[in-house]
Design a protein around this ligand. Structure first.
Ligand SMILES: Nc1nc2[nH]cc(C(=O)O)c2c(=O)[nH]1
Ligand code: SF4
Ligand SMILES: [Mg+2]
Length: 222
């Protein structure tokens, strides 16, 4: 598999923010999202065997593993890798970070939880809603959605999805993750996202709504 980097940090995104974990960032992504925050991992990478990756993660001495990219679901052999990793006794949970473009049922081996960041209109991609539907309908207890947001158009797009899958989002809550813009302070994006969300009083009343910035971006760590 093509690996960009392996490191330890704290989970910087989503409901588990702050959780100390080891990370493997796979290289490779067939998409071209505007404001992609891991451009460097979209191509290239170094070939590692499953056993080499698992060995490096084990050496970091932690029990939670975040698998990211690039787009990890575009890696050949990901289900097999996740199966081997989940069979390690030192592994408590594996979190897979994905765009949600590519639905795959066979990644849901034991210990695997999937964090999906659908790409709203400001990312310039035509996000496949049927793929998101497959994830949340087939694996509701293993999937967490975090909505990237920058603009009002994004918010309108997101709220349409929330209304369509109202039962799911009533249970899981709604997470908004502000999109960073190159050369601009991330705090600007965070404030804008909070302003946008604060206006939606009916949504705030009906759902548990969280705006969670990427803390590794705020702090300037990996
Ligand atoms: N600290 C930290 N947490 C993360 N959670 C998801 C990440 C990602 O790049 O997908 C990420 C990342 O790059 N760094
Ligand atoms: S899916 Fe992720 S890695 Fe791929 S281009 Fe979009 S933001 Fe970048
Ligand atoms: Mg990232």
């Amino acid at each position: 598999m093509k690996v960009y980097e392996i490191f330890s940090s704290v989970q910087g995104e989503g409901v588990d923010v702050g959780l100390v974990a080891s990370f493997v960032r796979f290289a490779g992504c067939p998409l071209k999202c505007r404001y992609c925050d891991t451009q460097e991992a979209r191509i290239g990478g170094t070939e590692f065997s499953h056993e080499e990756i698992i060995g490096e993660l084990k050496n970091l001495g932690l029990s939670y593993v975040v698998v990211t990219g690039g787009e990890p679901l575009s890696q050949d052999g990901l289900p097999d890798f996740l199966f081997k990793l989940s069979s390690e006794t030192w592994v408590k949970r594996i979190f897979v970070e994905t765009s949600g473009f590519f639905y795959k049922a066979d990644i849901f081996v034991k210990k695997v939880f999937v964090n999906i960041s659908p790409k709203p209109p400001s990312m310039g991609m035509d996000f496949p809603l049927e793929s998101l539907e497959n994830f949340i309908v087939n694996f509701p207890d293993r999937v967490q959605v975090k909505f990237l947001i920058l603009s009002e158009e994004d918010l309108i797009w997101i709220l349409k999805i929330v209304r369509k899958y109202e039962n799911y989002f009533s249970k899981k809550g709604i997470i908004f993750q502000p999109i960073g813009i190159p050369e601009k302070p991330y705090s600007e994006s965070v404030k804008r996202a909070i302003d946008l969300v604060m206006r939606e009083k009916t949504i705030l009343f009906r759902f548990n709504v969280r705006v969670i910035p990427q803390i590794h971006k705020l702090v300037g760590i990996k």
